[in-house]
Design a binder for this molecule. Structure first.
Ligand SMILES: Nc1nc2c(ncn2[C@@H]2O[C@H](COP(=O)(O)OP(=O)(O)OP(=O)(O)O)[C@@H](O)[C@H]2O)c(=O)[nH]1
Ligand SMILES: [Mg+2]
Length: 271
């Protein structure tokens, strides 16, 4: 653990540790190298990171040569994974392309989507992964729904809603879910997904820089510190919180048991 590392360094390290693909590992390792404090004490650590990066790049190059290997699951990325499911031609791909950077094929023919389509949705700087499940409902793709954090069911009639719920339950898919219609506004869907996931948005404040972070509603300061790095809990002294209230900005000094609220900006002070 480098001395005087920024919170951005720890966040990048965290993302690196949970990254599932070599490409993501490279991305976050590069971020760590960018964020690592530049002083003599970290020279050996920096050299280590650079060696690791070179190794990963080599790995990525050889993997790209072996293209064609089939991918059935979808590795989780971002703060949560949400599946979009519904009957064919209900507008799933259209919704995915409006909410994310994904560009799936959209057509007026049924069953256009034949494999899961994946995109990242941005919610005020926090990334949520959306996965369109092909309406063939083949078992290997349905299993993605079982491990997802939530489901968005596209259903344009009450009948469709009932049919889909019955289908999902009979396939043992336990349902944190919401229903949408294909013509619903994008902002509305984005906000409802966020609410469905039970998240609140807080900010890390480090040397004047604010970075957004998703935390489950009801989280305490300890959960926030732990999410950055366990050492922030171990070496915690106090936190300074900036909270918007009806009477303006309030500055609060708090301990690990303090309950956080949506919109809090938090600066950690260590021993
Ligand atoms: N009128 C109308 N048409 C829509 C809407 N959303 C999508 N469509 C059209 O419906 C057709 C199917 O849309 P897709 O987004 O491909 O639907 P899908 O559910 O992904 O379909 P498959 O992948 O084939 O199962 C396309 O022709 C879209 O242009 C909508 O809100 N209103
Ligand atoms: Mg589609």
């Amino acid at each position: 653990m480098p001395m005087n590392a920024t919170i951005e360094y720890y966040l990048a390290e965290k993302k690196f540790q949970s990254a599932k693909t070599v490409e993501d590992k490279i991305l976050y390792l590069e971020e760590m190298i960018k964020e690592i404090p530049k002083h003599k004490g970290v020279e050996s650590q920096l050299a280590l990171l650079k060696t690791k990066l070179a190794k990963l790049k080599k790995e990525a190059a050889s993997a790209s040569k072996k293209k064609g290997a089939s991918r059935k699951g979808v590795s989780k990325e971002g703060e949560a994974q949400v599946c979009i499911i519904g009957k064919t031609m209900t507008g799933k791909s259209t919704i995915l392309s409006k909410l994310t950077d994904a560009r799936p094929r959209i057509s007026d023919h049924p069953y256009t989507t034949t494999k899961p389509e994946v995109g990242m949705m941005d919610y005020n700087g926090v990334k949520i992964q959306l996965v369109e499940i092909p309406s063939t409902f083949s078992p290997e793709y349905l299993s993605i729904c079982r491990s997802a954090d939530a489901l968005v069911i596209v259903a344009n009639t009450d009948e469709e809603k009932k049919e889909l719920l019955k289908f999902l339950e009979s396939n043992y898919i336990r349902i944190t879910c919401m229903f949408i219609k294909s013509d619903q506004s994008v902002d509305d869907i984005r906000n409802r997904i966020w609410t469905l996931l039970g998240f609140m948005l807080v900010y890390t404040r480090d040397r004047g820089r604010l970075s957004p972070m998703a935390l489950k509603q009801g989280s305490k300061l300890k959960d926030f510190a732990f999410k950055i790095h366990k050492d922030f809990v171990k070496n915690f002294r106090f936190a300074q919180i900036w909270r918007k209230t009806s009477r303006g900005m309030r500055k609060i000094q708090a301990g690990l048991d303090y309950n956080l609220e949506d919109g809090d900006a938090i600066e950690l002070h260590m021993k």
